[in-house]
Design a protein around this ligand. Structure first.
Ligand SMILES: NC(=O)c1ccc[n+]([C@@H]2O[C@H](COP(=O)([O-])OP(=O)(O)OC[C@H]3O[C@@H](n4cnc5c(N)ncnc54)[C@H](OP(=O)(O)O)[C@@H]3O)[C@@H](O)[C@H]2O)c1
Length: 310
């Protein structure tokens, strides 16, 4: 069977996928024409990233699924024209990158690396960091990325807690869920990592009240989505000395505007949404596998629950 796959993503993506996707389709035994323009009714699948040409899915009446190149689907999940199944990206390369970024930033704060870098002033003032086993780290979100980070930190012997919407079981991680679990996790966490999707339920989850639940001097690390946090509440908690540091990779407005106070704040580290990204080689295989499944009548992988928004 010959299939037409429409690639709807910003221009820069095309260079990275124009060869990797056809290679993955061939490896999966699929006969595919990958195109950036086609008559909508001829399209069998759409490979999608935000800010590409397609925003009205209505005319794609024969499209069997929209396959996102992004893990976060908040920009598309509420699109009223999208009646086709939507699959998000779960990619081993994306996961590896996130584990490296989160582990690096947790270790920075755990070991007090800044203290050494900033004080090369001839003063011999040893401060020995505690062992990881004595550092409580909370990961909010135990999905593909949060779980991988929790496991990596647990392997380094951090005292890891995790929080999710439904009960989860991660070996070596103290898991909590739901509204009641959140307070318990935040009250104990010295370092909090946000790996939640942005949904109506998680929007501004980290507000002034919940920041107050954290122990004094706790560190917030956000590689999830910018709108998970209340920017003003985070700044107020930093200024009051309640929060020790915020390392932020994602923002309500991206690029983060030059005048935003996060840039100049001495207790904020800004990284420009680089915590991790989908890696074309491994992601192309995920896309091909989902098309193979659809054609074979098998259930799609990583189907988004439209009611939950992730
Ligand atoms: N900065 C970057 O470079 C970058 C890169 C990729 C992704 N991201 C972000 O990372 C997010 C997570 O990705 P993922 O692949 O790990 O997502 P995922 O597999 O869908 O996992 C989401 C996790 O969040 C939990 N969750 C959702 N709503 C919740 C709620 N209301 N209360 C408590 N827990 C809730 C889920 O709970 P259940 O387990 O109970 O379902 C699940 O554990 C993405 O949505 C995206 O925003 C950022």
């Amino acid at each position: 069977m010959s299939l037409t796959v429409l690639f709807s993503a910003p221009e820069a993506y095309w260079e990275r996928y124009r060869e990797t996707l056809p290679r993955a389709f061939a490896e999966a035994g699929l006969d595919v024409t990958l195109t950036r323009a086609a008559a909508p009714e001829t399209v069998d699948f759409i490979v999608f990233a935000p800010k590409g040409p397609v925003s009205d899915f209505g005319p794609y009446s024969n499209c069997r699924a929209v396959l996102s190149l992004w893990a976060g689907v908040e920009t598309i999940v509420g699109n009223a024209t999208l009646t086709q199944p939507l699959c998000r990206m779960v990619d081993s390369g994306l996961e590896e990158g996130m584990v490296e970024w989160v582990t690096g930033h947790v270790l920075r704060h755990h070991l007090g690396i800044d203290r050494q870098i900033l004080s090369q002033d001839g003063v011999w003032a040893p401060v020995v960091p505690p062992l990881a086993r004595d550092r409580r780290v909370a990961i909010l979100g135990l999905g593909a990325l949060g779980r991988a980070c929790a496991e990596a930190l647990a392997a380094l012997r951090f005292d890891v807690m995790g929080w999710s919407r439904t009960p989860r079981d991660v070996p070596g991680v103290a898991c909590q869920h739901g509204a009641a679990g959140l307070r318990a996790v935040l009250e104990a966490a010295e370092i909090v990592v946000l790996l939640l999707p942005l949904t109506p339920e998680t929007d501004t989850l980290i507000n002034a009240e919940r920041l107050d639940w954290l122990p004094d001097g706790a560190v917030l690390i956000n590689p999830g989505r910018g709108a998970l946090i209340d920017d003003d509440a985070v700044l107020a908690a930093l200024d009051a000395g309640r929060l020790g540091h915020a390392t932020l990779d994602v923002f309500r407005t991206e690029p983060l505007p030059p005048e935003h106070p996060f840039w100049a704040h001495p207790k904020v580290t800004v990284t420009p949404h680089i915590a991790s990204e989908t890696r074309p080689e491994s992601a192309a295989r995920v896309i091909a596998e989902n098309i193979r499944r659809s054609v074979a009548g098998a259930p799609l992988l990583f189907l988004v629950d439209r009611d939950q928004g992730y």
